[in-house]
Write a protein that binds this ligand. Sequence first.
Ligand code: NDP
Length: 327
Amino acid sequence: MRYRRLGSSGLQLSELSLGSWLTFGKQIEDRTAEALMKVAYEAGINFFDNAQIYSRGESERVMGKILKKMKWPRDTWTVSSKVYFGTGGKLPTQVGLHRKHVVEGCDAALKRLQVDYLDLYFCHRPDKKTPIEETAWTMHQLIMSGKILYWGTSEWSAQEIMEAHMVARQHHLIAPVMEQPQYNLFHRDKVEVEYDQIYRTVGLGTTIWSPLASGILAGKHTMDGHKNSRLRMAGLDWLRERELTAERLKKVEKLKAIAAKLDLSMPVLAIAWCLRNPNVSTVILGASKVAQLKENLSAIEAQDKLTDEVMARIAKVMDNEPKRPQW
Ligand code: NDP
């Protein structure tokens, strides 16, 4: 495993990490979740990603049981939760980034995960109804009280992240250190263009999600979605409709030829491509099977095969270079 600093913080996360969205407490059995975490930990993965909304709290409960059972020393791994969506309740007190929900969400996540503190705590989306001062102060106070170590955001705009930094600077609060954006071969603008300046100015770290665009970049799907995959799961039609297009599948077929020439599998090529971006602190993997995780772990070494020349060939197939502002 290789490790990267989480932005300007001193914390080093493994280049690959393991997440639990749609899998833990939902698509997979708890014993598969346990096997995945074991393989991950033994490979040097030191970050497990979670959120209050994942399977409405069940994902944290499953992960908490496994962490307790494994008895890995607490100083060898990190775990996250995210607050905003709640666990199913829709009352205004049960969602959002106001002090009440951020504090209650943290306490509930600590209980479900059976830990004394969260290493990383994310604001899962921006909350237009809560002043940023309130959220920033709450996060600062959670750090001061020892319940969380680092705070960050997920799918915030660069402007919103900078507002949080301005408030933190003005009041001498601990500022957010990381953002969790979607990043993969199909989805590039935010990570490559929008945040470009704030990697340097405030030292933003990124824990990126859906490196395989929910499995499409694994190269196994047809327009119906591969059977036994998340894209065929009940209630996830919206995800299949959003992610699965004929144009995307055509590109993946072309990418497969590049991967084959390098003796890499398609998912490994796609994950290694994310790792080639130095502004990515860690790529959060999702897996429904142990074999998938084991395969994806080889993306660490595969990075070395993605030379500039290979990256140019991939770029030509994708034909989606983000537009950068000219000045
Ligand atoms: P991916 O895009 O990598 O999708 C993972 C899925 O792809 C797996 O569950 C599996 O699904 C399939 N897959 C993975 N590897 C292989 C392989 N080698 N061969 C074939 N199929 C494979 O990541 P996720 O979308 O799961 O995101 C990763 C993590 O990011 C989440 O667990 C979560 O922690 C975080 N996240 C955060 C969000 C946020 O808003 N902050 C939003 C979404 C995710 P299957 O077998 O079912 O096809």
